[in-house]
Design a protein around this ligand. Structure first.
Ligand SMILES: [Zn+2]
Length: 378
């Protein structure tokens, strides 16, 4: 039975890689497993697109757990792990996540072909004007946030920007959950909640590592948001993703998380919202044919919508029903972002302090004539 399960796993994964599936779902049904592939965003029964055996034994779950070095005996709690596998169609990194259901353990395997090159900023699919805006902002520093649904390629966008800044000579530090792919050019930190290394804690400490560019996988709580805004304000290029339904909502979400409106308007320099649109099969125009294994589509491409710094200020203003008091702040910030040496640690003794912008930093800003108003808008 072990051999059978092992062969079944090899076959399913090989077929999935061949079909360019992004995920494989293994759902317990009666005494076997129902297998579905997610291809170009659509969930398809394995039977409909392959000759993978109709009846997959439940032992396949055990085999997947062994491969991903998960506990075989633990069946009541979710687990996740990863493994690199060789298939006839190339090596693939497989992230295995289990979930106990009332019908048994369900497993989802996320596939990331190992030979996939990260895209460059130029090949993301941005319009020329958007590409120019992104590059200009990334070179200046401040905070850039990327939003969109799960699986639309937010990490692809993040890593394209990181790679470009790294090639430009910037020191890049990332805090990820988990680190999906190791990249030699940067320092990557993996979140580990068991030892208290959360996004917020990682980011707080990352600020002491003298980075030019910081990336935190996701902003999902106030603590992370506050430190990220602070990092953006003191001139780092601060990249992250956030859950929101459109670009404007990114700004509103940060305000809801308790970020001061004027600090946000200064720190947040660009919001990139992205989604995927299907590329229809040219042979059947979306109806489904042999060439597109009945899917009607042959892939998806990214579409972006950007919210520039001046538009971000407008959204903040609209939310607060008045104009931010200190318009000159924006000019000051531009100069400030241009000089990364002006860090919070430059001799003020503030380095040891944590949390929001400290009084010492405030004083330093005032001395430099930037006059950041911490009191918010009026
Ligand atoms: Zn077709």
């Amino acid at each position: 039975m072990v051999t059978m399960a092992s062969e079944a796993v090899d076959e399913i994964i090989a077929v999935a890689v061949w079909l360019r599936a992004s995920d494989i779902h293994f759902d317990p049904v009666a005494d076997h497993l129902a297998i579905r592939f997610r291809i170009h965003g659509k969930l398809i029964d394995a039977d409909a697109v392959s000759h993978v055996a109709r009846i997959i034994p439940r032992q396949v779950v055990g085999r997947l757990k062994v491969l991903a070095r998960l506990s075989l005996t633990e069946r009541r709690r979710p687990q996740d792990g990863q493994v690199r596998l060789e298939t006839p169609h190339g090596a693939v990194d497989v992230r295995v996540a289990t979930m106990p259901t009332v019908r048994g353990e369900r497993v989802v395997a996320r596939l990331l072909p190992a030979d996939t090159e990260w895209r460059t900023v130029a090949s993301l699919g941005l319009e020329p004007a958007q590409l120019h805006e992104l590059r200009k902002t990334a070179a200046m520093g401040g905070m850039i946030l990327i939003a969109g649904r799960v699986g639309v390629g937010k990490s692809t966008t993040l890593h394209a920007i990181l790679a470009e800044r790294s090639q430009a000579g910037d020191s890049v530090l990332t805090i990820e959950d988990p680190v999906e792919r190791k990249i030699d050019a940067y320092s990557q930190v993996e979140v580990d909640e068991r030892v208290g290394l959360t996004f917020a804690e990682g980011l707080r400490n990352a600020l002491r590592q003298d980075p030019d560019v910081l990336m935190v996988g996701e902003i999902r709580d106030e603590a992370t948001a506050q430190i990220a805004v602070r990092a953006g304000l003191i001139g780092h290029l601060m990249l992250s993703t956030i859950h929101a339904d459109n670009a404007e909502q990114v700004v509103l979400r940060l305000l809801e998380l308790g970020i001061d409106a004027s600090l946000l308007a200064s720190a947040l320099r660009l919001v990139i919202w992205q989604t995927l649109t299907p590329i229809l099969c040219e042979h059947c125009h979306g109806h489904g044919c042999g060439d597109c294994i009945g899917l009607g589509l042959v892939g998806r491409r990214a579409i972006f919508s950007l919210l520039r710094a001046d538009q971000i200020v407008e959204v903040v203003d609209a939310k607060h029903g008045n104009k931010l008091r200190n318009r000159s702040l924006r000019t000051a910030q531009s100069q400030w972002h241009g000089d990364r040496r002006l860090s919070v640690y430059s001799g003020s003794g503030a380095a040891e302090r944590e949390g929001d912008i400290t009084v010492a930093e405030q004083a330093e800003m005032d001395r430099d004539g930037y006059g950041v108003s911490l009191g918010g808008s009026e």
